[in-house]
Write a protein of this length. Structure first.
Length: 262
């Protein structure tokens, strides 16, 4: 039963009870004073009429029966999709605004509103669901993004007009390397390290070889110089010995000549 009608009958019953009590009170007062019968009857009649009149009912009346469902800002991985399910109605609309000129799909049906996009952007989505009368229902909102599990929300509403607003920030889903990719990268890195080590070892061996050749050459040169010096010294020693022998012989002969002369 409609809430307004229920309040109306409740107030009507209270008015009847109040009028009955007022009539009994007026009758007793009239028995005491005949002069107050007419004024009391008029007052009671006015009160009863005012309370029973539908135009003056004091009942809680909703403004227009509108429900606004405002969702928080969501950051979704592309591709992103939002589906709103509701009770059958042909009066449904969807409005979408973007920061960039991104592509999206906005699909309406008598039981669903769907927003779907794959472009990275910020979307402001407003959905309107209208009925001729108030409808008691549960609005189901499904959110789908990338490879993540779907999320759903439910809202119980009793209204003839429902507005769903949301802001979606659609971003690219981050990618992570697989175990095979990591192993391949490690193998390539190990090969590079091994090649670098071999190159350094070859350079070290080449350097050592060059050093050995240089040291050997210097040793050979030093040995040759030493031998040459030894030969020179030996030759000089022979010359000195010959000169010494010649000097001694010359002095001996000179003495002999001098002795023979005398």
């Amino acid at each position: 039963m409609n809430t307004d009608i229920l309040w109306y009958f409740m107030l009507l019953a209270l008015s009847f009870l109040f009028g009955l009590a007022a009539g009994i009170t007026g009758k007793r007062a009239a028995e005491k004073s005949k002069r107050k019968i007419v004024p009391a009857a008029m007052v009671l009649s006015c009160l009863t009429s005012c309370l029973a009149s539908p135009a003056l009912l004091v009942a809680p009346v909703s403004a227009e029966g509108t429900s606004n469902i405002g969702l928080p800002n969501y950051e979704l991985y592309a591709p992103a999709k939002v589906v709103v399910s509701f009770v059958y109605t042909k009066n449904v609309t969807i409005e979408v605004s973007t920061l960039k000129t991104s592509l999206y799909k906005a699909i309406t049906s008598p039981v669903q509103l769907e927003f779907d996009t794959e472009d990275v952007d910020v979307y402001t989505v407003t959905m309107h669901i209208l009925y001729g009368v108030k409808v008691n229902q549960t609005i189901v909102i499904g959110i789908f993004e990338g490879d993540r599990p779907a999320k759903s929300m439910e809202f119980d509403v009793v209204s003839s007009s429902i507005t769903v607003t949301m802001k979606l920030s659609v971003v690219k889903e981050p990618t992570y390397p697989t175990a095979e990719e990591i192993s391949n990268l490690m193998w390539v890195k190990w090969q590079n390290e091994l090649a670098t080590f071999e190159s350094k070892q070859n350079d070290l061996v080449t350097g050592i070889s060059n050093t050995v050749v240089t040291v050997g050459s210097l040793a050979a040169i030093a040995f040759a110089v030493t031998v040459a010096l030894i030969l020179v010294v030996f030759r000089m020693h022979q010359k000195v010995a010959e000169l010494s022998e010649w000097g001694i012989r010359h002095r001996t002969e000179h003495r002999r000549e001098e002795g023979g002369y005398e």
